[in-house]
Design a binder for this molecule. Structure first.
Ligand code: SAM
Length: 291
């Protein structure tokens, strides 16, 4: 799916019947630059800095408070991921549902419609930190949902790809990105979107340095493993329905060319339920890819 202009983005939102609480887009945000570095010393300094970029002090305060909780819980640790979290306007992605807009920074999955959720900030921070994205790396996300996960990635690399299986949701989120780009959040130009069954990856854009899967499945999809570069890392919830464990899967190539993979549980065994990794058949979402 190609990037759309703001006008068609808004049209997409309207067509999807979305009541957005986001104000009509106008370029009110200081455009992105890799030099943007939000302060991490005090809440007041962070809010003042974000206000100068054009953001809302109420949500900046919430973002700071959640950042402190993430640090305390050891869900975030790398300087680049911290910067990405502090730059990502989570509230803008929650604005698709007025009931969750003000709750954007809560430690919870939030309902974004279409029977799916926006993952919580602790989980997203930990998964993002684990894949340790370097600038320029190519990253694939399976399960665009609200778009907030790829919004974090857009602050780490200019080479992000995300796939959503629910076509109207993919269209709505494309509209959200376009609206935010028009508002000045030019970092979201780093995100390429499409609607498809992510089980098969994104062949034309492969291989990827990193892959992040945000829906749960009982095995690692072979096409995704194949599209991961040697030396690459994937983070994926694996397990039976509603009882996944979040795994870091590392792919390595030996001196003789042989490929091996290793797995590590990023929560040390804790069960983390995810929405299912569903399947597309004849253009309809039917069942799951579980074996
Ligand atoms: C937890 S939700 C959304 C996560 C998203 N990163 C966010 O924070 O908003 C997982 C998403 O995966 C999508 N999904 C499920 N199966 C999929 C598949 N086979 N291909 C692509 N997306 C899929 C769901 O429709 C849902 O939007």
């Amino acid at each position: 799916m190609k990037r759309r202009s703001f006008v068609s983005g808004s049209a997409a939102l309207a067509a999807a019947g979305i009541v957005s609480v986001r104000a009509a887009a106008a370029a009110t945000i200081k455009p992105y630059s890799w030099d943007l570095n939000p302060p991490t010393d005090t809440r007041d300094n962070f809010i003042a800095w974000g206000k100068a970029r054009g953001e809302d002090p109420y949500f900046l305060g919430q973002r700071w408070d959640r950042f402190q909780a993430l640090l305390k819980n050891k869900d975030i640790w790398g300087a680049a991921t911290i910067r990405a979290f502090l730059l990502t306007p989570r509230e803008e992605f929650a604005a698709v549902n007025p009931n969750i807009h003000k709750r954007a920074y809560e430690h919870a999955f939030l309902d974004i419609g279409y029977g799916v959720t926006m993952s919580g900030p602790h989980l997203q921070a930990r998964m993002t930190n684990v894949i340790d994205v370097k600038r320029g790396e190519k990253v694939l996300e399976i399960g665009t949902g609200s778009g907030v996960q790829s919004a974090y990635i857009a602050n780490l690399t200019d080479n992000a790809y995300t796939i959503e299986i629910i076509q109207p949701l993919a269209q709505r989120t494309r509209g959200v990105y376009d609206e935010l780009i028009a508002k000045g959040y030019t970092e979201f130009q780093h995100v390429n979107t499409k609607s498809a069954d992510g089980y098969y990856g994104w062949e034309e854009a492969a291989p990827f340095d990193k892959i992040i899967v945000t829906c749960g499945i009982d095995h690692v999809p072979p096409p995704l493993l194949q599209q991961l570069k040697a030396g690459g890392v994937m983070v994926i919830p694996v397990g039976p329905p509603g009882a996944q464990r979040v795994l870091k899967v590392s792919k390595t190539q030996g001196a003789d060319g042989s490929i091996t993979t290793s797995r590590e549980d990023i929560y040390g065994g804790k069960i983390v339920p995810f929405v299912p990794f569903t399947k597309l058949e004849d253009g309809k979402v039917v069942g799951t890819h579980n074996r």
